[in-house]
Design a protein around this ligand. Structure first.
Ligand SMILES: [Mn+2]
Length: 497
């Protein structure tokens, strides 16, 4: 292929599949289908690659004291591609002062890929500090992390996904903050590894920096931006940013604090919910979450094939977490999936919450994220009905259209997909989905981004009716241009039509 230094320095390798020999093109396709990232491309990139030093000005002089506690890095893997996992391990070792790493613990969550058994063991045996722990059966991410944590011994621990790459100087800022205050859980500023080319994509800092928050009703984490107060309170751009929620890819914390909080809830199944629970209880029980701008890690985001097993696990886990921590707000998420009748026993988790004398969830809404959106708390709340048609309402339950979802007209019932809120940010939203006018004539919803733009609407009162207007367009109704002539759709039109 005539490749010279593919992927070096965080560059990507975008293969033109049409130019590959047929056999190779098939391998490329298979690798994408199998893992939802191109392990074929990853295999062509060195297992050890250096990433540029992208630290903000001022970071270097802030973290010169290397007299810090040691860290155990715990990495879970389940059939991760060899090259991706091994690159993660190298990147931890190559970008960390050796005396700060006590050990790297790899937890094999019962992978079936044989190369991750003896060959991996042999490969890592050259590194004194790397150990593999094997789960006896597939226990899921949360329980595998607990297994790894229990095997670790350093005063600070980091959970890291097995598809990450660290930038120079990533660990010191995370640990420095924990050494100052043991009840602070820290996360790096996250960047992305492109799942096709393995190019490192830098995510910006500053005013528009993504801050993770929870979205009601299903508590899924979503990105927002820094509040005005937080932006003003920080004196330098290198200062930590208070974070209402955490993304679970890389989390650093003190061993004592994590144990005190009862670690992760071992009753959580397969995946999801663990970082949510940790975030909520940290805030409610006297600690805090901070995103540290001087620490940079890239994470390989890749879509997970939706599966029924994962969906049920997610909904069940969220029902558990809601019942543990959300008090009167639990009804949003505990019945999010009414098929979840049994989420297991949580009495010992409630007992822990009582014994730690944690705040009620109201504390989170008052002190941690006063901008947390609660469905039903909009300036206006209710259904959106077209006056002409009378019985048809806006419904957010349409089909996916890229990263957006089509809005439909459907018989009015005013529940769930039809319960809209007009918020003080001028969003029109259902749960974490916002009406977005940036898609031609189509009216769609997208994940709320909190940045206004195409998600900012005017509600104009007009002779007892309202007009929804965004950027000079109003929402009207049109016939679908598809074969079904009678299907009516909301559409963006000019104000006079
Ligand atoms: Mn991940």
């Amino acid at each position: 292929m005539n490749l010279t230094n593919p992927g070096v320095g965080g560059t990507g390798l975008l293969l033109d599949v049409s130019k590959l020999p047929k056999e190779e093109a098939e391998k490329f396709q298979r690798s994408l289908e199998q893992r939802e990232y191109s392990s074929y491309t990853s295999s062509l990139i060195p297992l050890q690659r250096s990433l540029p030093d992208i630290r903000l000005k001022g970071c270097h002089s802030l973290y010169t004291d290397l007299n810090l506690p040691e860290t155990s890095v715990v990495i879970i893997f389940y059939n991760e591609h060899w090259s991706v996992l091994v690159r993660t391990i190298h990147s931890v070792m190559d970008n960390t002062p050796p005396h700060l790493i006590k050990e790297i613990i790899l937890v094999d969550d019962a992978s079936t890929d044989k190369v991750l058994k003896e060959p991996l063991k042999k490969y890592v045996s050259r590194f004194q500090k790397v150990r593999i722990v094997r789960a006896k059966s597939n226990v899921g991410l949360t329980r595998a992390r607990i297994i790894g944590f229990e095997q670790s011994t350093a005063p600070v621990a980091v959970f890291m996904d097995g598809h990450s790459e660290c930038f120079p100087g990533w660990l010191e800022p995370l640990v420095t903050r924990i050494a100052e205050n043991q009840s602070i859980i820290t996360t790096p500023h996250l960047h992305a590894v492109d799942s096709k080319s393995f190019k490192i994509i830098e995510w910006g800092q500053g005013r528009g920096m993504g801050i993770p928050i929870f979205g009601f009703p299903n508590l899924f984490f979503t990105w927002s931006t820094m509040s005005e107060e937080e932006w003003r309170k920080r004196k330098r751009e290198t200062d930590p940013v208070r974070s209402p929620a955490i993304v679970g890819c890389v989390i650093a914390f003190s061993r004592r604090w994590f144990k005190k909080l009862g670690m992760f809830d071992p009753g959580l199944e397969i995946w999801a919910g663990e970082a949510t629970e940790l975030a909520i209880k940290t805030w409610l029980c006297g600690g805090g979450l901070e995103s540290i701008p001087c620490s940079n890690v890239a994470h390989l985001y890749h879509p997970h094939r939706p599966s029924e097993k994962r969906r049920i696990a997610y909904n069940r886990n969220i029902a558990r977490v809601s019942n543990m921590w959300l008090d009167k707000y639990k009804h949003f998420s505990e019945n999010y999936d009414s098929s979840i009748a049994d989420f297991g026993d949580i009495s010992d988790r409630i007992a822990l919450r009582d014994s730690l004398k944690c705040h009620p969830f109201e504390f989170y809404l008052t002190n941690v994220n006063p901008y947390q959106f609660i469905p039903g708390n909009g300036i206006y709340t209710g259904l959106i009905r077209n006056v002409e048609l009378g019985t048809h309402c806006f419904d957010s339950g349409g089909g996916k259209n890229g990263d957006s979802v089509n809005v439909l007209l459907y018989s009015c019932h005013g529940q769930g997909n039809q319960l809209w809120d007009f918020t003080d940010r001028r969003e029109i939203r259902v749960g974490g989905q916002c009406l977005d006018s940036g898609y031609g004539d189509n009216v769609v919803t997208k994940n709320c981004h909190g940045l206004r733009r195409n998600q900012e609407w005017e509600v104009i009162s007009l002779e007892g009716h309202v007009l929804l207007e965004s950027h000079g367009h109003c929402v009207g109704v049109t016939k679908s241009s598809k074969t079904n002539e009678t299907e009516l759709l909301p559409a963006l039109t000019s104000p006079d039509s």
